[in-house]
Design a protein around this ligand. Structure first.
Ligand code: BES
Ligand code: ZN
Ligand code: MG
Length: 509
């Protein structure tokens, strides 16, 4: 548990166990010179010498803790490096987020139950202070998340109170930043929880129930249907993957309706394969491990809807997630089967492990047909090739719409939920042609570029709507080097979607 508040007092006037300070490389506080002087005056007059002795230079990743006495009790001074500041704002902001992550992890480790965090000065990292506060709130919540549900001896969960010293700027809209930050941080952690849950618990049915629960809680419309209705709608892609599993697939639709008249509509479509064994094109064991994360796109969409239900922007949002398990069995879809999607197009199955695009195809048709949205964004752990191209740090962004693409990338770099474009160029279009059907479900091997050919496959199912595809195969789970995420599910897409929606120009249609 972490409780975050804005502090109106100077840091030294708060009765707490710890102070957190951020230092640039070369040992300089970010802004706030007076804070540093106060520490030197009250506690350690030779602070810089001490840092030097211990080789603490304020580099990114470095931290240093000193204990001091104040009013006869001990107080921990936590110094965290943020590296260099050279006006490369996006990079520096991400470094700062990681420093915040390091701080929160330190508070937990040292069992410091209440602390004041000295918020850097106006315009550091290219953000106005309320926006920076919003980032600190989100990041602190992310840093606090741990997946301990199945640990018998849970470490006692300490409750941390974090006070943000914003200086004497009370007139700025910090309350909104705090509230939005909390909603977004908690929603991202909810997505992480859904993804971290193993596939024996998080089946299509239970994930569908989680969606219903979250919709109820936030006054959102939620519809969940299964194979029967999917058959009526002609969802041959969804059904072909669903066929192999004992668990019934579910198709989930969550709607947020803005009170504003004629508001634009954004559709979010998320891949929800609760376990991807590969089907009859069975994955080797080492590749199958981790495939509980194959519903992370759906988790991002469901969690985004919960945040949107709370923030209530002036944009309509519909979240659509097809949920299935991809399994081999006597009822599985076979190689060279030909299936027909909701829009009447046909595809030859050349590999049953390219299942995500099959369920997304019907979901994209469904979004366009029933909601006529202004924009469709889909998100999926779609291709292993994406992991090779961008690793765990960047989500692949593929779109033919330059405006949406530029916007998404810019927003992603500020939110820390980073995307990088790959070309959805005509040169790759022929890769998914088939001899016997309209298209093939995998790209021809000579075209390589599996992430791009998968996106070309999907493009067949969006007729006239502005559309962007996000491949989170790499970013859905993390390696430990991002301090505020650690290992496990990341909630990739939630921070990006919420900010995209909140920034969507409501006058532009
Ligand atoms: N779920 C996988 C993609 C994936 C791989 C996500 C590794 C995360 C880590 C997807 O369904 C898949 O198996 N894709 C195949 C497609 C291929 C058969 C064209 C792949 O990438 O190998
Ligand atoms: Zn998959
Ligand atoms: Mg697969």
């Amino acid at each position: 548990m972490i409780d975050i508040q804005i502090s109106e007092k100077k840091f030294w006037d708060n009765n707490v166990e710890g102070y957190i300070f951020f230092l640039k490389e070369g040992i300089e506080l970010v802004g706030k010179k007076e804070d540093f002087e106060k520490v030197e005056k009250d506690f350690y007059s030779n602070l810089k010498e001490i840092f030097k002795k211990h080789k603490f230079e304020g580099k990114i990743g470095q931290s240093f803790v000193l204990t001091a006495t104040k009013d006869k009790s001990l107080i921990q001074l936590v110094f965290v490096g943020i590296g260099k500041l050279k006006n490369r704002w996006n990079i520096e902001l991400e470094n700062f987020r990681r420093a915040v992550g390091t701080s929160v992890k330190l508070l937990k480790k040292l069992k410091i139950e209440n602390a004041v965090l000295s918020v850097p000065d106006e315009k550091s990292f290219g953000l106005i202070k309320p926006k920076l506060v919003r980032q600190i709130v989100i990041t602190s919540l992310l840093a606090e998340y741990e997946f301990t549900k199945f640990k018998s001896d849970k470490k006692e969960d300490i409750k941390i109170q974090l006070l943000m010293d914003v200086g004497s700027d009370e007139s700025q809209p910090f309350a909104i930043s705090l509230k939005e930050g909390q909603i977004i941080g908690n929603a991202t952690n909810f997505a992480r929880y859904l993804s971290d849950m193993p596939a024996n618990y998080m089946t299509p049915t239970s994930l569908g129930n989680e969606a219903k629960k979250i919709a109820d809680k936030n006054d959102l419309e939620c519809t969940v249907f299964g194979a029967e209705k999917a058959k009526e709608l002609g969802m041959g892609g969804f059904l072909s993957v669903d066929a192999g599993s004992e668990e019934e697939g579910k198709f989930v639709v969550i709607e947020y309706k803005s009170l504003k008249k004629d508001a634009p509509t954004i559709a979010l479509v998320g891949k929800g394969v609760t376990f991807d064994s590969g089907g009859l094109s069975l994955k080797p064991s080492a590749c199958m491990e981790g495939m509980k994360f194959d519903m992370s796109g759906a988790a991002a969409v469901i969690a985004t809807m919960s945040a949107i239900g709370q923030i209530k922007p002036q944009v309509n949002v519909v979240g659509i997630t097809p949920l299935v398990e991809n399994m081999p069995s006597g009822k599985s879809c076979k190689l060279n089967d030909i299936i027909t999607f909701m829009n009447g197009k046909t595809a030859e199955i050349k590999n049953t492990d390219a299942e995500g695009r099959l369920i997304l195809a019907d979901a994209l048709c469904y979004a366009e047909k029933f909601y006529k949205p202004d924009v469709i964004l889909d998100i999926a752990t779609l291709t292993g090739a994406c992991l090779s191209a961008l690793g765990h740090f960047f989500t692949a962004l593929l779109t033919k719409n330059e405006e949406i693409g530029t916007k998404l990338q810019a927003i992603s770099l500020v939110s820390g939920d980073r995307v990088w474009p790959l070309p959805l160029d005509d040169d790759f279009k022929k890769a998914v042609e088939s001899n016997v059907a309209d298209i093939s479900n995998i790209g021809l091997p000579e075209y390589k570029a599996g992430t791009i050919t998968a996106a070309w496959f999907l493009s067949n199912f969006v007729e006239k709507t502005k559309w962007a595809h996000l491949d989170i195969a790499g970013t859905a789970d993390s390696i430990p080097s991002i301090s505020y995420l650690g290992k496990g599910a990341t909630g990739a897409g939630v921070r990006l979607f919420v900010d995209f929606i909140l920034n969507y120009n409501i006058d532009k249609r």
